[in-house]
Write a protein that binds this ligand. Structure first.
Ligand code: AMP
Ligand code: MG
Length: 344
């Protein structure tokens, strides 16, 4: 199969919508990362997503809608807490967990009695959903285990020959997957951090909790509330270590390990802030410390670059946990299997 990369013209979006309505797969841009979409009501089409990605069957997909009217047929109830968050943060990078209806195919929910639903803000994604005429189930459009794609070129790298069409909407604004929230109880619980931050949620609901697995590895066989959390996603081939603490000590230690790796004949790289002086060593920039949204937008491309350049060791500067920094550290932490060196 030839994979076509198409500009998101009206005509191409309409064509892509037809493909989805006919049970085919389309990769498309959203404000978070690129998604790989299929009709969420069509079990065969949804199975094809798992096949194209090599995704474990017990990892559920998020369903994407373009208007609030599309929700009631997909769920058995809209919890009060979810309604409040929908009003404030949709369209946008936030997925909510609902008790599911029968309309959603079992393949989407991976056997759970709940479904994650999101209304993206990206205009191409919204038009695609509208033209397809159906709810679109879509995980990130990468091969399973690779960093999520934030450009059409990343999708092509992973899925060329496996899907008919990629809509190229340019780089993704947020660059990390959506915030997943279970708002069925009295206090909303963040299952996966993302572009809608704990601070933003607390400002609306007064309280918010973080799932315990956000900054910790999941033990073999342990049950988790957000199944994706148990997989070691985003892992580059390079051994990946994070350094957190007092900046001059972090920079010194990273330089020391960098030089040792080079002396050993390895090929190290630093994921760090461009305002820090690494004396000409190879740095993949995370922007500046004051703007964690830049680190969010750059992280996945940087992790992919490690593999493209055949790096053997990735030395990463920790990002502050405020705002979207929590989501950055959750993804970086999992890329590093939570190997974090603290320098106080
Ligand atoms: P991806 O689209 O690849 O980022 O994966 C979607 C992720 O959303 C999954 O790995 C889960 O962690 C989470 N998710 C989707 N549906 C549910 C659900 N019904 N309950 C809890 N988490 C979910
Ligand atoms: Mg994914």
């Amino acid at each position: 199969m030839d994979t076509k990369v198409l500009k998101p013209t009206d005509e191409n979006i309409r064509y892509a919508g037809c493909l989805i309505a006919n049970g085919r797969l389309v990769a498309f841009p959203t404000e978070t990362v690129y998604g790989l979409g299929a009709d969420a009501r069509n079990g065969e089409a949804v199975s094809a997503i798992f096949q194209a990605k090599g995704r474990p069957g017990d990892n559920p997909l998020i369903v994407h809608v373009s208007t609030a009217e599309e929700i009631p047929p997909l769920v058995s109830e809209i919890p009060e807490g979810a309604r409040l968050l929908m009003e404030h943060f949709w369209p946008g990078p936030m997925t909510l967990i609902f008790p599911r209806s029968e309309l959603i195919s079992d393949e989407v929910t991976a056997g759970l009695d709940t479904v994650g639903i999101r209304m993206p803000s990206n205009p191409v994604a919204r038009e695609l959903i509208r033209w397809s005429g159906c709810p679109i189930a879509a995980p990130s459009a990468n091969r399973s285990g690779r960093p999520s794609p934030t450009t059409a070129a990343h999708v092509y790298e992973d899925l060329n020959g496996r899907i008919p069409v990629i809509l190229d909407g340019g780089p993704c604004e947020v660059g990390l997957e959506s915030t997943v929230i279970d708002a069925r109880g009295s206090v909303p619980v963040i299952l996966r951090p993302g572009g809608i931050t704990p601070e933003m949620i607390r400002a609306v609901t007064g309280d918010v909790r973080l799932d315990e697995h956000i900054m910790a590895p999941v033990a073999e066989g342990e049950r988790v509330r957000s199944p994706g959390m148990k997989y070691r996603h985003y892992a580059p081939k390079a051994k990946t270590v994070i350094f957190d603490g007092i900046t001059p000590k972090v920079i010194d230690e990273i330089c020391r390990r960098y030089d040792a790796e080079q002396n050993r004949g390895g090929s190290p790289a630093i994921l760090g802030f461009e305002t820090h002086n690494y004396g000409g060593r190879k740095v993949l920039s995370l922007g500046v410390p004051e703007h964690p949204d830049e680190a969010a937008a750059r992280l996945f491309a940087a992790l992919r670059e490690l593999d493209t350049e055949g790096r053997t060791l990735a030395l990463c500067e920790a990002v502050g946990l405020e705002g979207i920094g929590l989501a950055v550290m959750n993804r970086m932490g999992r890329a590093a299997a939570f190997d974090i060196v603290r320098l106080e």
